[in-house]
Design a protein around this ligand. Structure first.
Ligand code: SF4
Length: 363
């Protein structure tokens, strides 16, 4: 039974050139009906067990005005397992303020994920981000004064013309924020995005790997543990909600374009805002085949430093991983990509970097 919920707020004050999330420019008249429909959709999910994790992402949840933010967060707070929960809201520096932080605290939000993205003004501008790193720093401090201790900040690397020296400065800047969780993403240029249409290219794999290695070693030196290929935390600050995805567990979802995973079925709600506003939420439903489930299992678990237990593999698929993938395991092991300890299989540092190669040989 799912104990987690993802909620999507698609509004943004601006559109970033590389963005391929489900998003629309904020419009007051859309936002209030959206929140009404979202509440109806939440009711229709019939969530009857208190939730351990709720994650409000976007879009930009803090692009909502305080009044609407309060409406939706109050509603979501009623689903929480009050004794043991993680309630995360994504925020962008330019739209995070005293009032919204107070509302979040009142509604029980106990984790913030702030889109810092870069310390360099030229890259923030290139991405279409309206904040400066100075502003991001101020907002992180403001969140701390409101009592938030569980804060995550995002960093994007692999940007066009970005050098290793630029990334080094980003790392120093991010570490100076003194937050317990950091996420790093290599820029990808996906079809349908402004940057793709303009012909922007992704960074060469070798250069991107050098930037990742630098981030990994500096974050580790600073006491952060990489628990997932792109995520680093101080002990006890791993994202419980995202671990649900990476451990391939089930979760509810609500909102425009949001995807949930329930009863072995992946549901993605409509990405058409007008349909959504009319209360027509249905999108795509995909019943996962046995092959899909096995691939998903590797896709998710092998991103984690902890990997997976053979016992868990046996429970789900009725056969030992070592038996089923004997040849592939031996070959990946001798290439230094995969390893195991006490029945737990996981990638090595090299395997994390060459995750696609590991996955291809297991599919
Ligand atoms: S703020 Fe986030 S969701 Fe909105 S356009 Fe930029 S990257 Fe996309």
């Amino acid at each position: 039974m799912a104990e987690s919920l993802y909620v999507h707020i698609p509004f943004c004050a601006h559109i970033c050139g590389y963005c391929d999330f489900t998003k629309v420019i904020y419009q007051e008249e859309w936002a209030s009906s959206y929140i009404e429909r979202l509440k109806e959709q939440l009711d229709s999910l019939n969530i009857d067990k208190p939730l351990k994790t709720v994650y409000v992402g976007g879009g930009t949840p803090t692009a909502l005005p305080s009044s609407l933010l309060k409406v939706i967060l109050s509603k979501l707070s009623t689903y929480l397992n009050k004794n043991d929960y993680e309630f995360t809201v994504e925020a962008n520096p330019e739209s995070l303020d005293d009032e919204k932080l107070s509302i979040m605290r009142e509604c029980g939000v106990n984790r913030l994920s702030i889109g810092v993205e870069s310390t360099h003004l030229k890259f923030l501008k290139l991405m279409g981000r309206p904040h400066t790193f100075e502003e991001a720093k101020v907002k992180v401090e403001l969140a701390k004064t409101h009592g938030f201790t569980n804060i995550s900040c995002d960093l994007i690397y692999g940007l066009p013309t970005e050098t290793l020296e630029d990334v080094k400065q980003d790392v120093v800047g991010l570490l100076s924020l003194n937050v317990p969780h950091l996420s790093t993403y290599c820029l990808s240029v996906n079809p349908g995005t402004v940057w793709h249409n303009k012909g922007y290219k992704e960074m060469d794999d070798g250069d991107a790997a050098d930037q990742y290695d630098l981030i990994l070693s500096e974050f580790r030196k600073a006491g952060y543990k990489r628990y997932e290929v792109s995520n680093f935390s101080k002990p006890g600050y791993e994202s419980r909600h995202n671990l649900v995805y990476w451990r391939d567990e089930e979760y509810y979802a609500a909102g425009l374009g949001a995807s949930g995973y329930l009863n072995g079925e992946r549901l993605t709600f409509t990405k058409n805002l007008l349909s959504y506003l009319k209360g027509s939420f249905e999108g795509e439903r995909e019943k996962l085949s046995d092959k899909d489930k096995k691939e998903e299992f590797f896709l998710t678990h092998l991103r984690l430093e902890e990997g997976f237990e053979d016992e868990d593999y046996i429970k789900r698929f009725g056969v030992s991983f070592f038996e089923k993938f004997e040849k592939q395991y031996e070959s990946l092991k001798s290439d230094g990509l995969l390893t195991s300890e006490k029945g737990r299989i996981h990638c090595t540092d090299k395997g994390m970097l060459l995750l696609d190669r590991v996955l291809i040989s297991l599919f």
